[in-house]
Design a protein around this ligand. Sequence first.
Ligand SMILES: [Zn+2]
Length: 260
Amino acid sequence: MSAAAYEIYAIKYAHHERTASQNFLGGDPHDGPMPMDYFVWLVRGAEVEVVVDTGFNAAAAARRQRQLLRPVDEALALMGVQAASVRDVVITHLHYDHVGSFDLFPQAAFHVQDLEMQYATGRNMRHDALRHAFEVEDVVGMVRNVYAGRVRFYAGDAQLFPGISVHLIGGHTMGLQVVRVATRRGHVVLASDASHYYANMGEGRPFPIVYNVGDMMDGWGKLRDLADSPAHIVPGHDPLVLERYPAPSKELAGIVARLD
Ligand SMILES: [Zn+2]
């Protein structure tokens, strides 16, 4: 057991009814319902509080026909966290469902990979298929945060706090990063969209929104290297997370899962 042992919570803020063919490159021969959950994650220690990703807001939900269950500040308030006073937010990547509500965190430093900012502001965004999951106002907003001195950049792997580190994976986007956290049960990896569902990495079937398929598939190996076991990897969008992990209280069942 390391000195630092954090609590981790997955907090569901949105939902989308969809089919399996939307979740696998090349579709799914046995197509059927395969809904998607949307989460933000809270990492909490004695003196450290880190939020991983900021979700999307009501406007983006309406535009993209996603069901916003609760705005992300309300979602975090369920765990006693005030978004307005959070100091550190890891942005796993700049897709709309991971950075869309960054304005709810006026005190935060945003931890981002160099390659992600390059990707979201560079030549690849000329292509609709690659920019589709980005919202230009989110990206421009993050550029403004750079100018305001509020973005911490990383070129690869880095430790944020003792027992909390980020790791460059790429694949889904050019600069996707995952978060490794020391907990009482060992090292847990928040995979975000390095594996949307358990089935993506478990069955070796890539998610269809992808910048580099090879890097995405290699990323599953990196997740396994970083985590203490496959059961220590937490996918980014799988409703099964809320079934496999306990809720911190009866009232939060179906909304919050405790991952440590
Ligand atoms: Zn996502």
